[in-house]
Design a protein around this ligand. Structure first.
Ligand code: KG4
Ligand code: ZN
Length: 338
């Protein structure tokens, strides 16, 4: 079954063709990052406009690259939540039109379920159940993936997402948007220990997390140094900051593995590209005999193929949409409107 999948929830327009949820035939992405960089963050109206400009051409490009025609498309999958509402609407309306015109099913896909499914593309042998650490720009949580479409949230951030925290600190350090990857690069050249950072405990659930205190501590340190005219060893600060994020995430992921008894840990979302987090996860998992699944960097960030992968399993579960499908700025991974 060939699914055309569409992703437009933030600042990447993406159209992919995926076979049976596992094989990427083509994955076309048009990034708007350079445009939003000028403003230090995503400007929602600009994002929506650029999605409209890019999406039709990308769909044609995807078909041409795969050597396929519209007749080969068996279904259309689309991110319908969560994201910037105007941006998500562009993808949803395009997908509705394509589904209607082609006479094929329409499959609504939750963006974060898509991130988890990026692992199915990278690891053909991976099947639920497994634990997934989701770390993106807007979400940070530990998900018990019981089945392809049955999930339970075991814990998560009570305030900021890990990616948001990376981006804010990077911005105060004058790194270009989105700063996570730049901060990671600088951290790799630094040495830990010069700038100790807090590791917060959050609430009664030991699997919950908090990042806002860490973010504030790092930003205060930078502002203080600026006000006093002191120079900072940015590489060392980035290293200490990344260590604190990883120390918040990785031990909780290990705790969740113990709780569930799973021996499979997947990682998903843009922050899963972080070198420190990847290293710590591999080291801790190895000690426990746990298999680790981490998508290659290009499948960690937003892409269309991950929506096609999850879309296939939503289709098999009968989770189809129709012409009344709406877009949602917020919606839980379990499908509840927040
Ligand atoms: O999953 P994603 O592409 O978009 C959302 O669904 O949010 O995640 C984007 C986030 C941004 O915050 C970006 O700075 C962060 O992922 N990111 C990283 C790295 N690469 C991307 N954060 C830390 N280290 C990285 N190497
Ligand atoms: Zn994402």
């Amino acid at each position: 079954m060939i699914i055309m999948s569409v992703e437009s929830s933030c600042d990447e327009t993406a159209v992919a063709l995926v076979r049976d949820g596992r094989e990427i035939l083509t994955d076309c992405i048009s990034s708007q990052v350079d445009l939003h960089k000028l403003y230090g963050g995503v400007v929602p109206e600009i994002a929506s406009r650029k999605h409209i400009e890019a999406i039709y051409g990308l769909a044609d490009q995807a078909l041409a690259q795969a050597g396929l025609t519209r007749k080969d498309i068996d279904a259309v999958a689309v991110t319908y939540a969560p994201g910037l509402i105007g941006a998500v609407l562009v993808g949803v309306n395009f997908a509705k039109a394509a589904s209607l015109a082609l006479g094929v099913p329409l499959i609504p896909v939750h963006h974060i379920r898509g991130h988890i499914a990026a692992n199915y593309l990278a690891y053909p042998e991976l099947e639920p159940p497994f634990l997934c650490l989701v770390v993106s720009g807007g979400h940070t949580m530990l998900v018990d993936v019981k089945g392809y479409t049955q999930m339970e949230i075991l814990g998560g951030t009570l305030d900021d997402a890990a990616g948001e925290c990376f981006d804010k600190v990077a911005r105060v350090l004058d790194m270009p948007y989105p700063g996570g990857a730049s901060l990671d690069k600088r951290a790799q050249q630094g040495t830990e220990g010069r700038y100790p950072m807090p590791r917060a405990k959050a609430g009664a659930n030991p699997l919950d997390m908090s990042f806002s205190g860490l973010k504030t501590a790092a930003i205060n340190l930078i502002h203080n140094a600026k006000q006093k005219g002191e120079s900072l060893v940015v590489e060392d600060l980035c290293a200490d900051f990344s260590a604190a994020v990883s120390d918040t995430l990785v031990p909780r992921a290990m705790m969740a593995l113990e709780q569930t008894g799973y021996k499979k840990l997947a990682v998903a979302g843009g922050v899963a590209a972080n070198s420190r987090i990847r290293r710590d996860i591999l080291a801790e998992a190895e000690k426990r005999g746990v298999s680790v699944y981490m998508p290659p960097l290009k499948l960690c960030g937003d892409n269309g193929a991950m929506i096609g992968a999850q879309g296939y399993y939503e289709y098999l579960a009968g989770n189809l949409g129709d012409m009344s499908l709406n877009a949602y700025a917020t919606k839980s991974i379990l499908g509840e409107t927040l």
